[in-house]
Design a protein around this ligand. Structure first.
Ligand code: CTP
Ligand code: MG
Length: 180
């Protein structure tokens, strides 16, 4: 049972910042427009490189929100329960948040190449882009705790379901035009 609690807290330490990063742009911006990361430019296929849904503001809000999550949740969990340094928690939240936002951008790039417009639905990719991105960057950070394969797989299922539920909520609140 103790191993289970430790696994859940490690999951929160690693992926809490990514989850908050992923949700915060739409929550903070609430329909306001930022400056597109692709500067409005199109790719050789004539479609937008990333689209208006990926902005500098959104990206920075995401990374900042991840760091804040690391300070508020990650540090107490790391120091109080897991026996890790505060700096480890901070770096983990940074890589987790940065990976989440990069994963989201990479997803949008391929979504546009598939000819799907901004805000269109792409099942699995829309739900797990940030999760995969966060996992990769946390792996690249050699002081960050890494998820085990069972943790990653269980987490993917959990994130998939949670993402669909929270996006339905965001749509209901009028923050998103579409429920995905
Ligand atoms: N957002 C942003 N900048 C980012 C990520 C998100 O401004 N780097 C904001 C945008 O307003 C975006 C909203 O958060 O519309 C929801 O994000 P997401 O679902 O990832 O974007 P979509 O609009 O669905 O675009 P895409 O089809 O490219 O995923
Ligand atoms: Mg989307």
């Amino acid at each position: 049972m103790e191993g289970m609690l430790e696994a859940v807290l490690t999951f929160i330490l690693i992926y809490g910042p990514a989850m908050v990063a992923n949700g915060s742009p739409v929550f903070v911006l609430r329909g306001r427009r930022g400056h597109p990361i692709d500067f409005g430019k199109t790719w050789v296929d004539g479609r937008r490189v990333l689209g208006d849904g990926k902005t500098f503001e959104g990206f920075l809000i995401g990374v900042a929100a991840a760091l804040l999550t690391g300070i508020v949740v990650g540090i107490p969990v790391a120091r109080g329960v897991l026996g890790l340094e505060a700096s480890t928690a901070l770096w983990t939240s940074f890589f987790s948040g940065l990976g989440a936002m990069l994963g989201d951008v990479v997803k949008s790039f391929f979504k546009r190449r598939l000819g799907r417009e901004r805000g269109s639905k792409l099942l699995v990719a829309d739900q797990l882009d940030f999760y995969v991105g966060a996992t990769l960057l946390v792996y690249l950070c050699n002081i960050c705790p890494n998820p085990s394969l069972p943790m990653f797989a269980t987490g993917a299922l959990f994130i998939f379901v949670l993402h669909i539920a929270t996006n339905k909520f965001a749509k209901k609140m009028g923050w998103k035009k579409v429920p995905w």
